[in-house]
Design a protein around this ligand. Structure first.
Ligand code: NOJ
Length: 554
């Protein structure tokens, strides 16, 4: 058995609420995913990461879990899950669960018990602190706005919630909490799942003196540097590795906001002591402004190249990269890094895919990315359903820090609901996602952008992704080749090489809508692995052109 199969795998992320609705309630479900397994097989992906499907009151669309060993009512039953797992396995597709263990829902029985009294056996499962001078214990802000502390009237103490107040943080200092989490993880592994994507895993270990954080975005301080990559984080993950991960053949990826390359070498060390890989956020935060993501700053290409190249170079031989442009928390890749106008949408979506999939690491495709789905640009806050969009809108406009007009524009560019609009399957009503009323509006461009029109079109974005996935299976250089950035200063061209033995792969991508002179010549006897235009001209790059050419030294 190839123990490191995840190095040559491609992962596809499903946001179940928006993927496929099988029963007409307007909400995607497990049977919907089952119906689409053949589509995923056709695309050629190896692993499905499924965003949380556990019982949840859905304050944060399932990232607030009230029972780790049961399925959310809207999504189906455990029997449906078992059929999904079997159906995926029959097609040689693996299933990766979303593991959300920094916090639970406040409706989880552990928290229900914990809040009852100071001496409840579950009290110490969460993080409780007395008021300081009648106020919050420190200045930490929650990610969705407001303070990270909520006063609970029953005992007059505050509990910590780094996300919404319905997502209390678990106390990982408590041995019993960790034991119960590992027990639950083992239960899923015994069921036959193939891995975990670990939600905000870098936040598990908090500095226990809980000092005020540095002043951060918005109104409250952020919790930096007392929460990310905290003092015991590697100890906890190594313990989790011993107690669970090392016993099974899994794929594991940690969502690690605030991770540095140095930290990543520990989290994702190739010695297998913690996780297989991490999601870093440096490239996704490059165009942040004074209020975090709420800005219309463009993504600066030289910095994007610098950051991605740093991760490529520094982890090589030491740890493993994950590769992604978007996910359920990020805007659509083509709208953000490419160009979603009808003229350039397809070609720029293919360019972005080339740029990412030819790098070293495990690529993650977010549902609809393989179709070149775009942001929706809602014009009213009432169209948004995401707690982060809504809470930040009211907090930042209410305090006068950002005008309503600007905030709507920023939400259109960066809001999470851009990624969460229903999957566009065909050009029938509601894009074939549901026969009912979709929980979040369907992007009106579904008539032009949908799976049915792309699956059999060999020039589609879908077929392009399919080809990129199959190239990864054929050419070891894509997995193992040494990375080198070319033209680092160029602000329109992202070019690099991968080298393995006598082979060299040259990748050139034009990130602009201009036709450019390209100082990089095309090799005379190269094998064109993939390109997004039918013909290539030496020394010239067409708008959003991408080329990957392989040469072998004689
Ligand atoms: C990160 C998840 O990706 C996001 O969707 C969620 O809101 C937070 N963690 C809290 O669980």
């Amino acid at each position: 058995m190839n123990k490191q199969w995840w190095k040559s795998s491609v992962v596809y992320q499903i946001y179940p609420r928006s993927f496929m609705d099988s029963n007409g309630d307007g909400i995607g479900d497990l049977n919907g995913i089952i119906r689409k397994l053949d589509y995923l097989k056709e695309l050629g992906v190896d692993v499905l990461w499924i965003s949380p499907i556990y019982k949840s009151p859905n304050d944060d669309n399932g990232y607030d879990i009230s029972d780790y060993q049961d399925i959310m009512d809207e999504f189906g039953t455990m029997e449906d899950f078992d059929r999904l797992l079997a159906g995926a396995h029959e097609r040689k597709i693996k299933i990766m669960m979303d593991l959300v263990v920094n916090h639970t829902s406040d409706e989880h029985p552990w928290f229900q018990e914990s809040r009852k009294s100071k001496d409840n056996p579950y009290r110490d499962f969460y993080i409780w602190r007395d008021p300081v001078d009648g106020k919050e214990p420190n200045n930490w802000g929650a990610c969705f706005g407001g303070s990270a502390w909520e006063l609970d009237e029953q005992t007059g103490m505050y509990y910590l919630h780094l996300f919404s107040k319905k997502q209390p943080d678990l106390n990982w200092e408590n041995d019993e909490v960790r034991r119960r989490i590992y027990e639950m993880m083992n239960w899923w592994c015994e069921k036959g799942i193939d891995g975990f994507r670990m939600d905000v895993i870098s936040l598990l270990s908090k500095v226990q003196t809980f000092p005020d954080g540095e002043k951060g975005d918005g109104l409250y301080g952020n919790s930096d540097p007392y929460v990310c990559n905290g003092p015991r984080i590697h100890e906890f993950l190594q313990e989790m590795n011993r107690e669970v991960l090392s016993k099974y053949d899994l794929i594991t990826v940690g969502e690690t906001s605030g991770v540095t390359v140095e930290q990543a070498k520990k989290y994702a060390n190739l010695d297998g002591s913690e996780l297989n890989m991490v999601f870093q956020f440096e490239h996704a935060f490059l165009n942040n402004g004074p209020y975090g993501k709420w800005t219309d700053n463009p993504v600066p290409l030289p910095e994007l190249k610098e950051v991605l190249s740093k991760w490529q170079t520094e982890l090589e031989g030491k740890a493993w990269n994950s590769l992604y442009w978007d996910n359920h928390d990020q805007p659509r890749a083509v709208s953000r890094y490419g160009n979603d106008s009808p003229r350039y949408r397809e070609v720029s979506a293919k360019m972005l895919a080339t740029c990412l999939h030819m790098m070293q690491g495990t690529p993650y495709i977010y549902q609809g990315e393989e179709l070149g789905m775009t942001n929706i640009y809602f014009e009213s806050i009432d169209d948004y359903k995401d707690i982060e969009c809504i809470d930040n809108y009211y907090e930042l406009t209410g305090s006068g820090l950002i005008s309503k007009e600007d905030m709507i524009r920023y939400l259109g560019l960066r809001g999470r609901d851009n990624a969460r609009t229903p999957m566009q399957w065909d050009d029938t009503e509601n894009a074939g996602f549901t026969t009912g009323t979709p929980w979040l509006k369907v992007n009106p461009n579904y008539k032009q952008i949908n799976a049915a029109s792309q699956v059999h079109d060999e020039n589609s974005v879908f077929s392009y992704y399919k080809k990129l996935i199959s190239l990864r299976k054929q050419y070891p250089i894509i997995i193992d080749g040494h990375y080198e950035l070319l033209l680092p200063e160029d602000d329109k061209i992202f070019a690099y090489t991968r080298t393995l033995g006598k082979e060299k792969l040259l990748v050139i991508c034009n990130f602009s809508e201009e036709t450019l002179d390209c100082p990089l010549g095309l090799p005379e006897h190269g094998e064109l692995l993939i390109a997004n235009y039918e013909t290539q001209e030496d020394g010239v790059l067409k708008p959003y052109e991408a080329i990957a050419v392989l040469t072998t030294e004689e």
